[in-house]
Ligand binder design. Sequence first.
Ligand code: IMP
Length: 203
Amino acid sequence: MDMPHRKLAPGRLVIASHNEGKVREIRALLASFGVEPVSAAALGLPEPPETGTSFVANAELKAMAAADLSGLPALADDSGLVVEALGGDPGIFSARWAGPDKDFGLAMRLVHERLIAEGPEAGRDAHFVCALSLAWPDGHVESFEGRVDGLLAWPPRGIHGFGYDPVFQPLGHTITFGEMDPDAKHAMSHRADAFAKLVAAVF
Ligand code: IMP
């Protein structure tokens, strides 16, 4: 039998991310639940190295480190692009494929070149994954995973979004996330899917 989820009480919640964009997005998503988001950066918390081998493992280690150091519940996310024909790459290394300059033009080109190297039979199926983990100072952790399926496009199209958005065409659509109105992307994204699961379980 599944264990019941622990509920999150109203009050302060650390957002264990140093990415201001993510903190803003999470703040908006949690606004109606009586949660007071505090960023890890505002508390001066360090970013632990992402040594996990899965999205959930990385989200859990970030959330647990922040909860332990702050004495407050903490929420962390880890996300990336998974390409079926590349054995799941770039996966948990999605940010790293952009190199030290965070050059996603380079990262998208690398994905394309690796697919070409796989030969003409290589499929273009891909999905984005988002893992969200909520940890408490006593070590309890709840994790949720969301995904959105799609196809890789080449060349990149569109100016919206970030990261790999210009090469990701969600299933059932003829435009990429980069061409899509941001509200439309946010309604169907891997992050929205993971958040819906978290909200249903912990509030
Ligand atoms: P994280 O900050 O370690 O979770 O890295 C996530 C990386 O995955 C980002 O730097 C992006 O490259 C990629 N990624 C995650 N979500 C999206 C998305 O919604 N659109 C485009 N790229 C994404």
